[in-house]
Design a protein around this ligand. Structure first.
Ligand SMILES: *Cc1c(COP(=O)(O)O)cnc(C)c1O
Length: 388
């Protein structure tokens, strides 16, 4: 059996996969098992933030793996301490809880918000507002939080306590605020929901209205965080700091790692026995995360991300087959005039370009280290497909 046949035989068919067996990669390029080359505009859904197999990252990770690969959270490790310090400083947060994925980071934020409110106000104030077309994960709580009806099938009963409001509709948001609400959770740029930007006015209003009522703001930056939008956190583009910010995807350069960053308001809410994760703060993942934070929090690195994003967008704007471009920084969504995004994604694969889709848009989340030649080569392939 070849690889695809083994998947068909042994792996649960819960993904529609492209017929690509990925073998190795370097920077923004990878190769399949026949050594066909691909340019990567997806970075494993925003995970390989430093591209494939960054040399410093690979050294840090392999050295840690040879020294200490796991340690229970009953004990301390220097590598988790160092990562926590660097991450909190770069993100400008007080404390962090470590877990292993975006959904888990959101679970932590949801539990913390409810406990914060319970400790202060007692029962009956546990509802959380999330936005229509949001995406917060696949666990029972986070899928319940996700504001898309397509996800609310089969798995009944879903978790109670999530109320949806429309993005960029201040009146609708305000109408949902009552004394049952403890928190609002939002993505500054909705990723899976179709690369939809929140507007500054809306974000301002949400923060203002929540602040007046002691309602917590949770920013789900699982996709937008860690340099993706040209700032370390996307919230900085809006001049906002949420009570909690959740991150995952790009934070450890390709290893499973999630984190819930906590500001002073909530940093003492979780106490021993209330929340935990066996793998959370894994030493190898932390060693990778240190390299990512060191590189991405550097001002010069972030300026480069912004310059590359501007160049990328300028090239796309010249294409007559593109209706509109959304997103921020190197998180890019495009609406096509006459082709379907999934058709284009399939054709791109054939021609050696990896892209993502989000709803009816094409979506690009290239590694933050992509160079100008790779951007050009990838866009040339795309334009060849679109303009035929
Ligand atoms: C990907 C994503 C998640 C879920 O992350 P997992 O690591 O797959 O659990 C949550 N929120 C947002 C905004 C995401 O993009």
């Amino acid at each position: 059996m070849n690889t695809i046949e083994k998947f068909d035989r042994y792996v649960v068919h819960s993904y529609n996969r492209y017929p690509l067996v990925m073998d190795n990669g370097c920077g923004a390029e990878c190769h399949d098992e026949n050594q066909k080359k691909y340019i990567d505009f997806g970075s494993g859904i925003g995970v390989n933030s430093l591209g494939f197999c960054d040399a410093q990252w690979a050294d840090a990770v392999s050295e840690q793996a040879k020294k200490l690969q796991h340690c229970s959270n009953y004990y301390y490790t220097a590598v988790q301490a160092e990562f926590a310090e660097k991450l909190c400083n770069a993100a400008k947060y007080e404390k962090v809880f470590f877990c292993n994925s975006g959904a888990e980071a959101n679970e932590c934020a949801i539990k913390t918000a409810r406990k914060y409110s319970f400790d202060k106000y007692g029962k009956g104030r546990s509802n959380i507002i999330t936005l229509t077309s949001s995406f917060h994960g696949r666990t029972m709580a986070t899928v319940s939080a996700t504001g898309q009806e397509v996800f609310h099938n089969y798995f009944f009963p879903f978790l109670e306590g999530f109320i949806n409001a429309e993005p960029n509709n201040i009146d609708d948001f305000e109408s949902k605020l009552d004394d049952t609400i403890c928190a609002v959770m939002l993505e500054y740029v909705q990723g899976e929901g179709g690369v939809i930007n929140l507007e500054q006015d809306f974000v301002d209003a949400v923060y203002q209205l929540c602040h007046e009522r002691d309602i917590l703001v949770i920013a789900d930056e699982v996709q937008t965080g860690i340099g993706r939008t040209g700032k370390f956190l996307a919230g900085e583009n809006f001049d906002k700091k949420a009570d909690m910010t959740t991150i995952a995807k790009g934070i450890a350069g390709g290893l499973p790692m999630g984190a819930c960053l906590m500001s002073e308001s909530v940093m003492n809410t979780l106490v021993p026995g209330t929340h935990a994760s066996t793998f959370g703060g894994n030493p190898v993942a932390c060693a990778g995360g240190i390299v990512v934070v060191d590189k991405v929090s550097n001002e010069r690195f972030l300026a480069d991300v912004n310059e590359k994003a501007a160049y990328f967008r300028k090239r796309l704007e010249k294409c007559s087959k593109i209706e509109s471009i959304s997103g921020m920084g190197l998180m890019i969504g495009i609406t096509l005039k006459d082709m379907s995004a999934s058709d284009v994604a399939g054709k791109a694969l054939d021609k050696g370009l990896l892209v993502l889709t989000a709803k009816d848009k094409l979506r690009f989340l290239p590694p933050l280290v992509i160079d100008y030649k790779e951007i050009d080569d990838g866009i040339d392939i795309l334009i060849e497909i679109l303009e035929g």
